[in-house]
Design a protein around this ligand. Structure first.
Ligand SMILES: *Cc1c(COP(=O)(O)O)cnc(C)c1O
Length: 390
C-alpha cells in the first residue's frame, strides 16, 4: 500500500463508511432491500451474495482494519471459519492445525471433515518445527489461533507464514482474541485472517457475526463457496456492527490496560496459584507476544490456590459468570465446566486445563472496582473453606 496507513481509531470511525448523498447525514444509511433491479445494472445485488451496499461498505472497513485487500461478512464466526477452510480444502487434501483451538473450530474439523474426505493433523507443540513435521505432500492449509483459548498460548505468526510460503500452503489465523487493534497478521505474511465479530468487533455482547479478510483473489474463492452455503449477515446487523466497530479501538485499548493491571494484581495475590497473560513477563512467550502484538488483549486466565472456583464465582458481584467474551462488561467462566466440559479429565489435563482454571474476559469498568470485586470474593471463599475445615 503506497498511501500511509491511517491510525486504528480513524479506521474504526471512518473506513468504508457510506455517504448519505441525499440528506448528508453523518452516518452510513441503512439499505434493507433484499430485492434489487437486475436489468441494466452493474452488480446484481442480493444479501446472500454479500454485495448489498451495507455489506460491501462494512467489508471495506474490515479489509482496512486488517490491512487486507478484501473481506466478507458472515452471520457468525463459525460461518467465517468453515467457509474459509472449505474453500481451500478439497477431497484428499490435508490441513495442519494447532491443537489449542476454539472449541467450535475443533468440532467442525473432527465432526465434519471426514464426510468431505479431508485429512487433518493437530499439533500440540506450537513451535514452527512441530508444524513443519506434520506437513505432507497433500497438505494445503496451515491454521493457527493466537493468543489461544483459554491458556493464552502464543504462536509465532511470522514463522508460520514463512512455512506456508515455503511449502506453497494457505496460512490462516483466527485473530479473534487479539482483535485488529492488537494484532495484524497480514503484516507478518499470513494469507487469511478470520474473526468472530461476535467478540471484540461487536463488543457489547449483542451481535453474532464473523468476518474473513485476505487478498482479492482468496476472497473471491471463499465467496464462490459461501454464496452456495449461505451464511451472510443480514443488513440491519451489518449496520449495527459498523456502529460497534467505531469504538473498537477505544474499547480494546481500555481492555488491554485493565487486563494488564488485573494480571499483575492476580499474580501477586497469595490465593492465586498461576496467571496466564501474554503481557506478563512470566508468560513463557512474552517476548514473542511483544514482537507480534501491539497490545496484549483483554483476555486472561488464572488458577486459584486450593480454593473452589465455583464458590469464588458465586461471591463475585460485579464480574458476571457468563459464556462468551470480549464485551464491555467483565465476565468469567470455568473452562472445565463450559467450553471444555465434553473432554474427559485426562484430556483436559493433557491440554493443561485444570478444574480450578478461570477464564476472565476483562471489560471497561474502572480497574479499582474490578480489583475490589475479586479481592472480596477471594476473601469470602477463603472464609468458607476455613468454616468447612473447622
Ligand atoms: C467465539 C469464537 C469463534 C466462533 O464465533 P461465533 O461467532 O460464536 O460463531 C471462533 N473463534 C474464536 C477464537 C472465538 O472466540
Amino acid at each position: 500500500m503506497n498511501k500511509k496507513q491511517q491510525g486504528i481509531n480513524t479506521l474504526c470511525a471512518h473506513a468504508g463508511e457510506l455517504a448519505d448523498k441525499e440528506f448528508k447525514g453523518a452516518v452510513s444509511p441503512l439499505y434493507m432491500s433484499t430485492s434489487y433491479a437486475f436489468e441494466d445494472v452493474e452488480v446484481k445485488r442480493y444479501p446472500r451474495y454479500f454485495n448489498t451496499p451495507n455489506q460491501v461498505a462494512l467489508a471495506q472497513k474490515m479489509a482496512a482494519l486488517e490491512h487486507g485487500e478484501a473481506a466478507l461478512i458472515f452471520g457468525s464466526g463459525m460461518a467465517a471459519v468453515s467457509n474459509s477452510l472449505l474453500a481451500f480444502l478439497h477431497k484428499g487434501d490435508h490441513v495442519v492445525l494447532q491443537k489449542t483451538l476454539y472449541g467450535g473450530t475443533s468440532n467442525l474439523v473432527v465432526e465434519e471433515f471426514k464426510k468431505f474426505g479431508i485429512e487433518f493433523t493437530f499439533t500440540k507443540d506450537l513451535t514452527p518445527k512441530a508444524f513443519e513435521k506434520e506437513i505432507r505432500k497433500n497438505t494445503k492449509v496451515i491454521y493457527i489461533e493466537t493468543p489461544s483459548n483459554p491458556l493464552l498460548t502464543i504462536t509465532d505468526i511470522e514463522a508460520v507464514a514463512h512455512l506456508a510460503k515455503k511449502y506453497a500452503l494457505v496460512s490462516m489465523i483466527d485473530n479473534t482474541f487479539a482483535s485488529p487493534v492488537n494484532q495484524n497478521p497480514i503484516d507478518f505474511g499470513i494469507d487469511v485472517v478470520i474473526h468472530s465479530a461476535t467478540k471484540y468487533m461487536g463488543g457489547h455482547s449483542d451481535i453474532l457475526a464473523g468476518t474473513v479478510i485476505s487478498s482479492e483473489e482468496n476472497i473471491d474463492k471463499i465467496f464462490h463457496l459461501a454464496k452456495n452455503f449461505g451464511g451472510s449477515l443480514s443488513d440491519y446487523t451489518v449496520w449495527l456492527l459498523e456502529r460497534s466497530i467505531k469504538t473498537m479501538g477505544l474499547r480494546v485499548k481500555a481492555q488491554n490496560e485493565n487486563a494488564g493491571k488485573m494480571a499483575e494484581f492476580l499474580e501477586q495475590h497469595e490465593l492465586v496459584e498461576k496467571v496466564y497473560y501474554p503481557g506478563l513477563k512470566s508468560h513463557p512467550d512474552h517476548e514473542l507476544a511483544k514482537k507480534q502484538m501491539k497490545g496484549f488483549g483483554g483476555m486472561l486466565s488464572f488458577e486459584l490456590n486450593d480454593l473452589d472456583s465455583g464458590v469464588f464465582m458465586k461471591y463475585l458481584k460485579l464480574i458476571k459468570p457468563s459464556m462468551s467474551l470480549a464485551g464491555v462488561e467483565s465476565t468469567i467462566l470455568s473452562p472445565a465446566k463450559t467450553s471444555h466440559a465434553l473432554l474427559s479429565p485426562e484430556e483436559r489435563k493433557e491440554v493443561g486445563i485444570k478444574d480450578g482454571l478461570l477464564r476472565f474476559s476483562v471489560g471497561i469498568e474502572e480497574t479499582e472496582d474490578l480489583i475490589e470485586d475479586i479481592q472480596q470474593a477471594l476473601e469470602e471463599t477463603r472464609k468458607d473453606m476455613l468454616d468447612v475445615r473447622i
